[in-house]
Design a protein around this ligand. Structure first.
Ligand code: SF4
Length: 387
């Protein structure tokens, strides 16, 4: 069967359907909408692809490169930041290529078949690099809202399985190592990488098969709410998620006057989920009201807005014509450290002002223990915990 352009079990949603196997069939009930963020991401990907082809292949001649880049830059969603982020991507790809004993084979936007593991599954790898005994895949993520880790990332592992299947007939058993990298330039200046052996990857793929089958068929699939609901299309209307949040059954029974730290931890987790769920309900209710539906007990109103000049140049010209000093209308502020780094480029930045850069410790922040960052425990070991 030819894969449809929208696989029911997409690799990018694997994190979700691996935990909630009912999600794919449920999500199919809701419209798949796109956003300007997603479209900007597509444009940034196209710029990355073009630069990759120029750097690593002979498929794009200089004149064609110039014309295509100009065309992409004329898109209304184009932002000059995309040139910087795509340059960082190419810089990292170059560094990866240099880790190979000889120049590797490099290609962009490689379509891979995932159907051996996921029914009707397919995907597109932003970059595949092969040489020596290592297959590398790199995924470019333009979003900056949620940092994406490469560690045990099912999307990356699925792409790697697809890439392995595609290139094994050519490279045979020479490929022993799999390197999966995430480039998220608006979040990190370095690649996020996970490296595993081919055996480990294949074993993971075998474990995935029955889960994917259950999620695809819908038979015996179960709704399991959790953090993975965040990007589910049905998150505002899902009964299972509502039940968990309403019943708060995962909260502990309060059996004494003072809450224990254990109880506070559990309640905080429930409250965080509840707040996220309430926000999703709020967004959904507002969208329904704006679409003309009634949501009993609620209405949409115009929010606060700030006054602004319709034509700032004309307004300032009128102020100076009225006798005010133009200097009073502007304030001189230093640009941020990140903006200076962008201006100078990483190398010049390090050479020119690297010695003045400090990184003060961040303000302690409470996060769930699933967060990848190491725990910050300034208190001396040995103090008895409060209970
Ligand atoms: S909202 Fe959560 S529990 Fe409900 S279908 Fe989506 S992922 Fe599953």
């Amino acid at each position: 069967m030819a894969p449809s352009e929208h696989a029911m079990l997409s690799a990018s949603s694997a994190y979700r359907w691996m935990k909630c196997t009912a999600a794919p069939r449920y999500e199919a009930l809701f419209e798949d909408t796109t956003s300007s963020y997603a479209e900007a991401g597509t444009l940034a990907h196209a710029i990355c692809e073009l630069k990759l082809l120029k750097k690593f292949t002979t498929s794009v001649k200089p004149k064609e490169f110039k014309d295509r880049l100009k065309e992409l830059q004329s898109n209304e969603l184009y932002d000059p930041e995309m040139d910087k982020t795509s340059d960082q991507y190419i810089e990292h790809l170059t560094e990866l290529a240099m880790t190979y004993p000889a120049p590797p084979h490099v290609n962009a936007e490689v379509r891979v078949d995932l159907s051996a593991y996921v029914p009707e599954g397919f995907g597109t790898c932003d970059c595949i690099m092969i040489g020596g005994d290592t297959l590398t895949i790199v995924d470019y993520k333009h979003g900056k809202g949620v940092p994406v880790s490469a560690h045990e990332n099912p999307q990356m592992r699925l792409y790697a399985l697809g890439a392995l299947q595609k290139y094994r007939p050519i490279y045979g058993d020479k490929i022993k190592q799999i390197r999966m990298c995430i480039e998220q330039p608006r979040v990190r200046s370095e690649l996020e990488t996970e490296e595993i052996t081919v055996e480990e990857l294949l074993a993971w793929g075998e474990k995935l098969k029955p889960i994917a089958q259950e999620a695809f068929s819908g038979e015996n699939s179960i709704y399991i709410p959790g953090d993975h609901c965040q990007f589910c299309r049905g998150k505002a209307r899902c009964k299972a998620r509502a039940e968990v949040n309403i019943s708060l059954r995962h909260w502990q029974e309060l059996d004494r006057n003072t809450l224990s730290l254990e109880q506070i931890g559990a309640i905080l987790k429930g409250a965080t989920d509840l707040a996220a769920w309430a926000k999703d309900l709020e967004d959904f209710a507002l969208s329904q009201l704006l679409d003309g539906y009634d949501v009993p007990g609620w209405k949409a109103v115009e929010g606060r807005s700030n006054r602004a000049f319709s034509d700032q140049d004309a307004a300032f010209a009128a102020i100076t014509a009225a006798g005010y000093d133009e200097a009073l209308l502007y304030e001189r502020k230093p640009i941020t450290l990140s903006a200076v780094e962008k201006l100078l480029g990483k190398k010049d930045f390090a050479a020119t002002v690297g010695q003045y850069v400090i990184k003060p410790p961040g303000k302690p922040t409470l996060v769930p223990d699933s967060d990848k960052r190491p725990a910050f425990r300034p208190a001396a070991e040995g103090f008895a915990p409060l209970d």
